[in-house]
Design a protein around this ligand. Structure first.
Ligand code: 8YV
Length: 303
């Protein structure tokens, strides 16, 4: 399979930024002024310094819906266009949220470990879990992905509520005026909000405490949205029931304390990670690049 990297190299003659900071600095010093388009992914982005080192940059083409690693403020100031890959990954990221939801409440990963360890034969039946159907679920960030998660959970007979900065037009779910209010009235809080400076630690100590010892937190958005230290502290203290996490504050590092907790499910940021969805993301990334090369516009600009 041709990757985005192969295609940008073969078709557009793109060169890869060296990995080490020292090599990068030397490379950019010599050649930074020669690039007008950067192709990147949500994991790397074009941050403040890199953008400054690309004085003739005209577009950032981002593989992924999240672009919080790109300095969009500088991009706006300099008239640099930014694209992402919205919608094509909604299904898979929502499926991942539901997988974590069911796993954390029904404890399927923990039960799988129980069988593999030989504990079934040794200790008998696995301890009872928590019912997943019919729960009160709060969605923090009812955007494209949040709405698909909500639709999936309607099938589980869940009562849905949400918090966005503003009430979403035409949405029948209960609106909570703050993340704390959302958590207070939910059994499970699902974080689906975009990352970036405005959402840093929106899920803080207070929100986690509002969920309480019988509450669960699911995060498929960005690690930065949750105060990870407060989350770990609450799990250690038993003041939160459990968590399902696909994203972390400092990926790929995962807090050591979480590794031994059976009420926590940990995934390596695989929300969009299926062959079908990654192919669709690649196609949309390349479509943005091709259109920008042809007429200077993007198929899916971020704003
Ligand atoms: C990754 C994601 O970005 O789209 C996003 O925002 O978080 C993921 O799809 C993707 O793996 C590329 O890094």
């Amino acid at each position: 399979m041709q990757t985005v990297q192969d295609t940008v190299a073969n078709v557009y003659g793109a060169v890869r930024l060296p990995d080490s900071p020292a090599d990068q600095a030397e490379f950019l010093g010599h050649r930074g002024h020669t690039f007008d388009v950067a192709v990147t992914s949500g994991r790397f982005g074009v941050g403040t310094e890199l953008m400054q080192a690309l004085p003739n940059l005209r577009a950032v083409v981002n593989f992924g819906v999240g672009y919080d690693t790109t300095d969009t403020r500088q991009a706006t100031e300099r008239g640099i266009a930014v694209s992402n890959t919205p919608d094509v990954l909604n299904d898979c990221v929502a499926d991942t949220a539901v997988a974590l939801y069911v796993d954390v409440l029904r404890r399927t990963s923990a039960a799988d470990r129980y069988v593999r360890r030989g504990d079934w034969a040794r200790h008998g039946n696995f301890p009872l879990a928590t019912k997943a159907s019919g729960k009160r679920v709060g969605i923090l960030g009812l955007g494209r992905i949040g709405k698909v998660i909500a639709r999936r959970l309607e099938g589980f007979d869940c009562t849905l509520s949400y918090h966005n900065r503003k009430k979403a037009p035409g949405v029948a779910y209960e609106y909570a005026s703050s993340p704390v209010e959302l958590a207070r009235n939910a059994d499970v809080l699902i974080v689906a909000a975009a990352g970036g400076p405005e959402s840093v630690h929106v899920v803080d100590h207070e929100v986690i405490e509002a969920l309480g010892p019988n509450g669960y937190l699911i995060n498929i958005a960005r690690g930065s949205v949750v105060d990870e230290r407060a989350l770990v502290a609450a799990l250690l203290a038993g003041s939160l029931g459990g968590a399902g996490l696909d994203v972390f504050a400092d990926e790929p590092k995962v807090p050591q304390d979480l590794l031994s907790m059976d009420n926590v499910v940990l995934l390596p940021h695989l929300g969009s990670g299926t062959k079908e969805t990654r192919a669709a993301m690649a196609e949309l990334t390349l479509a943005n690049l091709a259109q920008f090369a042809a007429d200077g516009t993007l198929v899916t600009p971020v704003s």
